[in-house]
Design a protein around this ligand. Structure first.
Ligand code: F6P
Length: 520
């Protein structure tokens, strides 16, 4: 593939010089340049991105855009949309974008970029229809009152985040439960709220081997049978790429997807079934349409005004040139209260890597730490540090213009707080001394949605996906594998055996002592 690692481009050197010679003071920049908002805010489908309160100026943004050009981002993006094996370490294509194409485009897939894409498109369409028909059947089924999604990571975070975001449009007939951890507290609490004859268990696992999910699934099946549940086929459904393992488990209703859907990119696939059950076919399709509109923006908008690209470039500017190590996400909407958790996996599992696509050690920093809380809550907890701490932490405010409730006064106060925080971070109180001094010039981005709808949610999530792809591509890493999580899984198996047997041979003194205490 034709790309140049970002640190080997002329733009990288240019940026290093700009960092040295340009001190951007946001207060002065706004005072001197009445066009600053217009210059550094861009409209993408359903999302206005205001980057103007960031430590950038025209020269920096131009150099960053050159960095994207010189790194071959356009070629890498095209490779993903052609279905090439972008995920090299696993030898897989990366095509979650295909899951969002409208039916009409999937049908005329003969015009698709490659034969492979055309063939996969036909399957996507078939599964989509089957899964949505099933979702509608369950929505109509008077007997089913509870759906329990058993899954973890990408098989939990996306569906749960989207369900909460769209809950005010969800059916009231069904209560949704999300069980992810192997901590038995979770599933046992759900058991106290459900009855076997009125419950549908969705076993969501791309691999159908994940320890937590399989343990919970086996426990659910044992509970179901012990409670007199009769029809496993009717009360269990699998969402997986591993159809055979689901069948071996005794599940006959399975909705599949392909290995080119990464777990953290899978809420658009069969993994999104709980979302479809909650909000129905029309809304699910609207969510896909919002994401598809963002795909088109990412594909077609020039780099200079391409919102995912510009956000990715800002991430690189902060991580590699300012050494900012984290980004705080502040969604000013309670419906988005699991968004930070979702974004944590998206960014940190995708770009938390230290080697390039070829396994060579990278000489620069990659993924920032993503963290946060739905705001207003964050304001009364850790925002103190954002204003006066010794680290500069860029904040990403996500603000929704229209409320989804009738309490106008609450909403005005919420919006006022969002505006106040980004302004206070920027202005500071530099002329005060001692405890009252706030240095100011602290950067933030505001992503503004008119309303939280299936379309805008889809667009917002796709925007974040493409931003992660773009920064990963520039860093030269594979954003679609996650080898780092494997060692912990292997050691956990060993620890489980040792917890049974008490054998501590070969262990370090700390682990051995802790193991003894846990057994005692
Ligand atoms: O262990 C990490 C991981 O593989 C994630 O990438 C994934 O989202 C999660 O576990 C769950 O995997 P699965 O859907 O295969 O159960």
């Amino acid at each position: 593939m034709n790309y140049q690692r970002c640190d080997q481009t002329p733009a990288w050197a240019e940026l290093a010089l700009l960092k040295q010679n340009h001190h951007v003071d946001l207060r002065q920049e706004f005072a001197q340049n009445p066009q600053r908002f217009t210059q550094f805010s861009w409209q993408a489908p359903h999302v206005l991105a205001d980057l103007s309160k960031n430590l950038i100026d025209a020269q920096i943004v131009q150099a960053l855009t050159r960095l994207a050009e010189q790194s071959g981002l356009v070629e890498q993006r095209a490779a993903m949309f052609r279905g090439e094996l972008v995920n090299q370490s696993e030898g897989r294509a990366v095509m979650h974008w295909l899951l969002r194409q409208p039916d009409a485009e999937l049908i005329k897939a003969k015009d698709a970029a490659t034969e492979f894409v055309a063939q996969e498109a036909a399957e996507v369409l078939q599964t989509r229809h089957a899964m949505l028909a099933y979702a509608e059947r369950i929505r109509q089924d008077q007997q089913i009152t509870d759906v329990v999604n058993i899954g973890i990571g990408g098989s939990d975070l996306g569906p749960q985040m989207a369900y909460l975001a769209l809950k005010n449009q969800a059916t009231r007939k069904i209560r949704f439960h999300f069980v992810s951890s192997v901590d038995g507290t979770e599933i046992s609490q759900v058991f106290t709220q459900i009855k076997p004859e009125t419950t549908l268990f969705l076993v969501a696992s791309k691999s159908f081997t994940t320890l937590e999910t399989m343990t919970n699934a086996r426990t659910a099946k044992a509970w179901f049978l012990a409670q007199g549940g009769r029809d496993v086929a009717r009360h269990f459904c699998a969402l997986t790429t591993n159809i055979r393992a689901a069948a071996d488990f005794g599940i006959t209703t399975t909705f599949g997807f392909k290995d080119w859907v990464g777990g953290r990119y899978s809420m658009w696939s069969a993994i999104g079934l709980p979302i479809a059950m909650a909000v129905g076919t029309d809304n699910f399709m609207k969510m896909l349409a919002g994401a598809h509109a963002m795909d088109q923006h990412f594909l077609n908008e020039p780099l200079a005004t391409n919102v995912p690209v510009q956000l990715a470039l800002l991430d690189i500017w902060y991580r590699n040139f300012h050494d900012f190590r984290s980004r705080s996400v502040a969604p000013y909407h309670s419906g988005l209260r699991r968004l930070q958790a979702y974004l944590q996996q998206l960014e940190m599992e995708s770009n938390g890597k230290q080697v390039d696509q070829h396994g060579q050690l990278l000489p620069f920093a990659t993924s920032p730490v993503i963290w946060g809380e739905p705001a207003a809550n964050g304001q009364h907890a850790y925002f103190q540090m954002l204003h006066q701490g010794t680290d500069v932490i860029p904040v990403e405010f996500i603000v929704v213009k229209a409320p989804n409730h009738g309490l106008a006064d609450h909403h005005t106060k919420l919006l006022a707080n969002a505006l106040a925080q980004s302004r206070a971070l920027m202005l500071g109180q530099a002329d005060e001394g001692g405890h009252r001094r706030l240095p100011g010039n602290r950067p933030s981005t505001t992503l503004l949605l008119d309303e939280l709808t299936p379309e805008s949610l889809g667009a917002l999530v796709a925007l974040q996906e493409h931003r992660v792809f773009a920064s990963g591509a520039l860093w030269g890493i594979n954003s679609f594998d996650q080898w780092g999580v494997e060692l912990g899984k292997v050691i956990a198996n060993d620890m489980e055996q040792r917890l049974h047997t008490g054998i501590t041979d070969g262990l370090d003194a700390s682990t051995a002592a802790l193991l003894h205490k846990l057994r005692g």
